[in-house]
Design a protein around this ligand. Structure first.
Ligand SMILES: Cc1ncc(COP(=O)(O)O)c(C=O)c1O
Length: 410
């Protein structure tokens, strides 16, 4: 998809124009007419008029969102496009939100080239709920599912699945590495093969699609690299992602599932955990997270206006390369033990040769407005999460900071 391309599936051109206008600084918050007593909003608007003092945010999630999206939300929040109320005060079954959820589905379908064989569901409960929903919905009559375990999140998913079935583990859980493709042997009668495409905590990303028999559905947790690269839906039967990294605020989970897999859940599967129920209700079986879906809708439009998922992939490679280069050229001052071909483009984990300097690194970085660089509590060290909305400039500044820190403390 090219920059400023008109999305064929919905009328988003007006919104691109608006977002572009805001990016060029021509639009302002002038049109919002508040009483001075509307304290929170008027303060927010006044602050937005001043130059924003945003930091470079390397948070692993919730993560950084595109500024034009945040500005659009701020502008339209109290009076959504002249409706006289905010979007979060409206019925989810009314025409305004119905259009937003429909459009968001269409935009995602277009951005990721999701074929009609797959449905797109907007759910809640995050990745953790998917750890249970996947087996509850896909096991059918099978007794076993295969899980590639190569990091914190796939390990957790496998543990949850073991409550429902026998789990056959592929990989060496004690040694977090993407397994060699030849080591993946999945029996024909496995209910599915599960893998986590990008292990957020361990900083590794699959550089190949795991092979399994045609009759075995392939399932992937794409929470932390969603919308940063294309996904082959001829090979993937189901992917899911918590929104709070590359797609929007926390509270929304996307599931993209092959339609012929709907309806396998057993009688005892709780209604709210049944994909078929949500599919038949157009993701409106219960009240959906309307605010999160609105923001995700704007993120989709921003992605289209930036050139789409391929452009995000290029930027992700560029950003991560800057940080990996800073690590590799530091003469061991910084270390990263991941096999280079499976280093994550989204979450760069690294350590300091002298571990005692870690706190100082985090503090000095924060003083330089480079924030949220502390590693996950389970593995320690440092982690720079480089999601779609993070400017490439942020990675350049961090790489410079790392070189300078190494020079001063090496
Ligand atoms: C790859 C991956 N899967 C699952 C999860 C869990 O997501 P949630 O907190 O939305 O349940 C995370 C959280 O960071 C993640 O990075």
């Amino acid at each position: 998809m090219t920059k400023n391309a008109l999305c064929g599936c919905c009328s988003v051109q007006g919104d691109f124009a608006k977002i572009d206008q805001k990016r060029s600084g021509r639009a302002s918050f002038e049109s919002i007419n508040y009483q001075e007593s509307d304290l929170v909003f008027s303060l927010g608007v006044r602050r937005s008029r001043e130059k924003m003092n945003r930091v470079y945010n390397f948070s692993a999630g919730p993560g950084v969102l595109p500024v034009p999206v945040l500005e659009e939300v701020a502008k339209e929040f109290p009076d959504y496009h002249g409706c006289g109320m905010s979007l979060v005060e409206m019925s989810h079954r009314g025409p305004v939100f119905s259009q937003i959820i429909r459009e968001t589905r269409d935009l995602l379908r277009e951005l990721l080239s999701v074929p009609e064989t797959h449905d797109i569901l907007f759910l809640q409960g995050g990745g953790h709920m998917q750890f249970a929903m996947v087996p509850l919905n896909l096991l059918g009559a099978a007794a076993e599912a295969s899980y590639i375990v190569n990091g914190v999140w796939s390990k957790k998913a496998a543990a949850e699945a073991s409550k429902f079935c026998r789990v056959s583990v592929i990989g060496t859980p004690s040694r977090a590495q993407v397994p060699h493709p030849d080591s993946i042997n999945v029996p024909n009668d496995a209910a599915y093969l599960y893998y986590c495409m990008n292990e957020t905590v361990n900083g590794m990303e699959f550089n190949y699609i795991p092979q399994c028999p045609d009759c075995v559905p392939l399932v992937s947790d794409v929470s932390s690299n969603f919308l940063s690269r294309t996904i082959d839906f001829r090979r993937h039967a189901l992917v899911f992602a918590g929104a709070q990294k590359n797609f929007g605020p926390a509270g929304l989970t996307v599931v993209i599932v092959r339609k012929d897999l709907l309806g396998l859940a057993g009688e005892t599967c709780p209604t709210m955990l049944n994909y078929q129920v949500h599919s038949e209700a157009g993701s409106m079986y219960n009240t959906p997270p309307t605010f999160a879906i609105w923001v995700a809708n704007l993120v989709c439009k921003w992605l289209v206006s930036e050139g789409g998922v391929e452009v995000m992939d290029e930027r992700a490679r560029l950003r991560s390369k800057l940080i990996y280069n800073a690590i590799d050229s530091s003469d061991g001052f910084y270390t990263n033990t991941i096999t280079p071909s499976t280093r994550s483009r989204m979450n760069v984990v690294f350590n300091l040769r002298e571990e005692a300097l870690t706190e100082l690194f985090v503090k000095e970085a924060a003083d330089a407005k480079l924030v949220n660089l502390k590693g996950h509590r389970l593995v320690g060290g440092l982690r720079a999460s480089l999601y779609n909305a993070l400017p490439v400039r942020a990675a350049e500044v961090l790489a410079d900071f790392m070189a300078d820190f190494a020079k001063r403390h090496g």
